[in-house]
Design a binder for this molecule. Structure first.
Ligand code: HEM
Length: 106
């Protein structure tokens, strides 16, 4: 969908590309909760976002292959570091919902 103020679709990828092209080396400083400081820039953020998007495209859902579907592995995981939704998230999937997702992938 085109926006009213530009002749290109208002998509997040486009905004990220703009940031990477025009503000490439502008520093992004993040103060983490543990007191550490993380410094990056828009070039790195855009590169990492593309890398992660490619990973998700290839691995999040593999139709017909539950074991190779990283999303499914996370849904059935007991490991607090990888379980999805996160174990401390207020809404969890019911067994019925998991069954629907399982059938959809299979
Ligand atoms: C390859 C698959 C997935 C990856 C890599 C992934 C990654 C992540 C990450 C990094 C977070 C942030 C965790 C944090 O802040 O501690 C997150 C949050 C979350 N994810 Fe996933 N996820 C995946 C699949 C899923 C699936 C399949 C579901 C639902 C069935 C899901 C539901 C959620 C929810 C509800 C949150 C919390 C959002 C919030 O705190 O507001 N994720 N995910």
């Amino acid at each position: 969908m085109l926006g009213k103020m530009q002749d290109w679709p208002l998509r997040l990828t486009r905004v990220l590309d703009h940031a990477a092209n025009v503000h490439s080396r502008r520093e992004i400083v993040t103060y983490e909760a543990d007191g550490s400081v993380n410094r990056s820039n828009w070039f790195n953020v855009a590169r990492d976002a593309r890398k992660f998007a490619r990973y998700l495209e290839a691995n999040a859902i593999k139709p017909g292959d539950l074991k190779a579907s990283n999303s499914w592995e996370r849904i059935i995981s007991d490991d607090a570091d990888s379980a999805m939704p996160p174990t401390d998230f207020k809404k969890q999937l019911t067994e019925k919902q998991k069954e629907i997702i399982k059938k959809w992938i299979e």
